[in-house]
Unconditional design. Sequence first.
Length: 108
Amino acid sequence: MKMRQLSLLVAALIGLPVVAYAQQSDSGVTHAKLTEELRQLEKAGYNPGHPSPYYPSDIQAAEAKVRNESENSPDATGTGGVTAGNAGSGGGGATMSQATNHALFVHH
C-alpha cells in the first residue's frame, strides 16, 4: 500500500508543472498596455475609483472619446489620417479601433 501512495505522490509532483504551464496565457496584452489604456480613459473623463450609477454609459462614452481622438490625431509614426471627408480603399469591414474596442475587458 505504501508503494502505491508513493507512486501517486511522484506522479502528482511530475504532473504539477505541466498543469501550471498550461494555465499561462500569451494573449499579447501587457501590463503597460492596460495601464496606458486606463490612463487614456481617465484623461477622457472616466473615473474608475468612483462608483457611478451611469457605469456602462460613462465608460462607453470615454472609450468613444478616446477612439475619436486616436482616429483624428497622428499616429506614432507622425503620419496623420483623414480628418474630414471620406477616403476609402478596398472593401469595408471593421477598422482596427472597432476590432480592439473592448480589448481592455476581453478577459472578463
